[in-house]
Design a protein around this ligand. Structure first.
Ligand code: 3HC
Length: 682
């Protein structure tokens, strides 16, 4: 039966299909449940309930997805329209049954909406999830009370506390949806389903279901995920709410959920995590480049160097289905590199992270070669060779002559001057930096270094490509170390000075780990290799690092570095390192003093903020939030602190300035100004 009349209320319209009222929301890009959508839905449901000729209702969305959640941009602002929890309760209470028809993603408030409906049908490609925890929140529209009642404590914990969505099939197996629709026939299938259930009574309401308390499942879950969740407030609140679903009445559970939600919503962690949500999306936007700029097609990529970095870089493209030609100088190195790539894929397949046939599929797209000539028809060539300017210059000169006109030439340099490299070619407009982070197939960050002459479409192409290979890309300017490594430098310098003045590696690392970093500077040095960047002359000992390297204390790989390691690579403080540090203190005539944790924070973290401010002043980052994205995705800065620039704001810029001044650092002009007039760094 075709629709007879169409009513429109803001972004929501209704259409009658005989005795079924189809309610359609259309609020691009992701049908977030903002005030206008909520009000429109409320009006539509009321219309259906009031009409005795309507036997059932279907709620679906236009566009690319079902409701992707509450509208995050409304958070922290005065409430307008019907509150989401009330809307969900009202739908659930409807005396006329409602079917949720899901495509794309039903996330957060969208999933909670579906839980308030009486039946759920989804296309096979749909995903359902409650990712609020990733925003430092919990499902606050009844999700913590309804989901466990519907799918049990175990799956509810996985979904709510980890925040990962499930496929439609998994949702069906778990009882979260009732039926799978045809991929392209969602509306028709949902209407047919609605007719089937229209007369069924009682109407199934999730609130009426009961879930058994399962303390054992909660204990196991906590133990299993303790490390991953430590430092975050939201996961514990999520767990408490899931437990409450079994222990309390529905009404009490909802009230408990509301309290916990409001506590999180008004806290710093959620503000930080929401900041990063938008910062990540903002980072993709390039100042001064029209978003409609036509992109260059990238169908084939070349990578030079099959070492750890080159291999990891190549894997990103292979995994995304892009053919790669990888070039090395020696057959043995080429075989070693491609062998490592295959083994990495196979290890992922063995762990079930990728399908069993993925390693073969990916490796079939790889062409190993010993000749740069093999790169002639690539659309993008990324150089990942030894970090030496003369080597890179020579290479780019050769590439310029070999690779087809219009192809993009990129360097994976982590420090060197991209403009100098570009100047060795006849096409500096096609040259930029693509700085991947190790392990390059795992780390999400990509610094895209815009040279003085890089063409806008080249930059736009690489930023779009980054999304295709699932990286979070940030535009950086040409300066030593770009954004991330440049900010690492003051931290490193101060950490070393602090050792000489009286701190220990353990103390400095402890302060950083307590702050939420995955490891401190000396643990990081031991992991990466104390010998990295070492001049390799054991007689030339200018600093503590040289002394360690000269003794073969190269870090974890040697069982000794700033720490001693046992055969399971467990670290203990090293008496020998203490001796070495003492030796340097004596020869410098420094009497060690007690160093407070606060001093460590000021000198290793405030100095990073200061460097970030300089980077902004010089235009080397487009915006402060880009710097935050770099540190979250490239260096493991705790997301609940929102990145260094956001954190400085929560710490208080005046406190940061005072700390820097106290220890004698020249404070960046913009930082001082922002602190002075109470503004944020932008
Ligand atoms: N609220 C407001 N804006 C949102 C949004 C939301 N829930 N979800 C996405 N957007 C915006 C993005 O900021 C972006 O805006 P821009 O184009 O101006 O940068 C635009 O929509 C497109 O988003 P993506 O670039 O992320 O698009 P993708 O297609 O890559 O991904 C998605 C789509 C999977 C839906 C992804 O956007 C996503 O994960 N969204 C967030 C989902 C979420 O966290 N939902 C829970 C919200 S909190 C909640 O519901 C509380 C409730 O329990 C009370």
């Amino acid at each position: 039966m075709t629709s007879q009349s169409i009513q429109q209320s803001g972004p929501v319209r209704t259409a009658r299909h005989g005795d079924v009222l189809v309610i359609v929301a259309d609020s691009p890009p992701v049908n977030a449940l903002g005030a206008a959508v909520r009000d429109g839905l409320e009006a539509a449901i009321k219309e259906g309930v009031a009409d005795s000729s309507i036997a059932a209702m279907v709620v679906r969305c236009d566009g690319r997805t079902f409701f992707a959640g509450a509208d995050i941009s409304e958070f922290g602002k005065p409430l307008r329209g019907v509150p989401l929890p009330d809307l969900v309760n009202m739908i659930e209470a409807s005396p006329t049954p409602v079917v949720a028809a899901i495509h794309g993603s039903a996330l957060g408030g969208g999933c909670e909406m579906a839980l308030g409906c009486h039946y759920r049908i989804a296309v096979p490609s749909a995903k359902l999830g409650t990712p609020e925890v990733k925003l430092g929140l919990l499902p606050g529209a009844g999700g913590t009370q309804r989901l466990p009642r519907l799918v049990g404590t175990g799956i509810a914990l996985e979904m709510i506390v980890l925040g990962n969505p499930v496929s439609a099939q998994k949702a069906k197996d778990a009882g979260l949806i009732d039926r799978l629709a045809g991929e392209n026939t969602l509306e028709a299938d949902a209407i047919a389903f609605a007719r089937e259930i229209a007369g069924k009574r009682p109407i199934p309401r999730v609130r009426d279901r009961h879930v058994e308390a399962d303390a054992a499942a909660i204990a196991v879950f906590r133990a299993e995920h303790r490390r991953k969740l430590s430092g975050f407030d939201a996961p514990e609140a999520c767990i408490a709410c899931v437990a409450a679903a079994a222990e309390r009445s529905f009404a009490d559970g909802l009230a408990f959920e509301r309290d916990e939600f409001m506590k999180l919503m008004t806290g710093t962690q959620s503000a930080a995590q929401r900041h990063i949500f938008f910062a990540e999306r903002q980072a993709a936007k390039i100042d001064g480049v029209d978003p409609a700029t036509p992109l260059r097609p990238i169908a084939k990529v070349g990578v030079i160097g099959a070492g750890t970095m080159g291999g990891g870089i190549a894997m990103n493209f292979l995994s995304a289905g892009v053919p790669v030609t990888i070039v090395e100088m020696q057959q043995e190195a080429l075989e070693r590199g491609t062998g490592v790539m295959r083994r990495n894929y196979e290890a992922s397949a063995a762990k079930g992270r990728i399908p069993a046939d993925a390693p073969d599929k990916a490796m079939a797209l790889l062409t190993p070669s010993l000749s740069l000539d093999a790169l002639a028809d690539c659309d993008l060539v990324i150089e990942a060779v030894y970090e030496d300017m003369s080597v890179k210059k020579e290479l780019f000169g050769k590439l310029d002559a070999i690779v087809k006109p219009g192809a993009i030439l990129a360097s994976n340099t982590s420090y060197l001057n991209v403009d100098e490299i570009a100047a060795c070619t006849q096409r500096p407009q096609d040259v930029l930096g693509m700085h991947f982070f190790s392990p390059a197939n795992v780390m999400k960050l990509l610094e895209v270094v815009r040279g003085a002459k890089t063409a806008p479409d080249v930059l736009a192409t690489v930023m779009a490509l980054a999304k295709r290979i699932r990286k979070v890309a940030v535009v950086a300017g040409v300066c030593h170390g770009f954004i991330g490594n440049r900010m690492l430098m003051p931290r490193q310098v101060e950490a070393n000075k602090l050792l000489l003045e009286g701190a220990t590696p353990e103390q400095i690392d402890r302060v950083h780990v307590a702050f939420g970093m995955p490891m401190g500077p000396f643990q990081m040095a031991d992991l990466a290799g104390v010998d990295i960047g070492w001049h390799r002359d054991p007689t030339r000992i200018e600093n503590i690092r040289d002394a360690l390297a000269a003794e073969g204390r190269w870090g974890q790989k040697k069982g000794a570095g700033f720490y001693d390691y046992d055969d399971k690579r467990r670290p203990t403080p090293s008496p020998r390192v203490a001796e070495i540090i003492d030796g340097f203190r004596t020869s410098a005539g420094t009497k060690p003093r007690a160093i407070s944790d606060g001093e460590i924070v000021a000198r290793t973290l405030y100095t990073m903020v200061n460097e970030g401010a300089l980077i902004l002043e010089e235009g080397m980052a487009q915006r402060a939030s880009d710097i935050d994205v770099v540190w979250i995705y490239g260096y493991g800065w705790p997301v609940y602190r929102g990145g260094p620039m956001f954190w400085a704001q929560t710490e208080g810029l005046d406190k940061v300035v005072a700390g820097l001044e106290r220890y004698g650092f020249p404070v960046a002009r913009s930082l001082k100004a922002a602190a002075g007039n109470g503004e944020a760094l932008k």
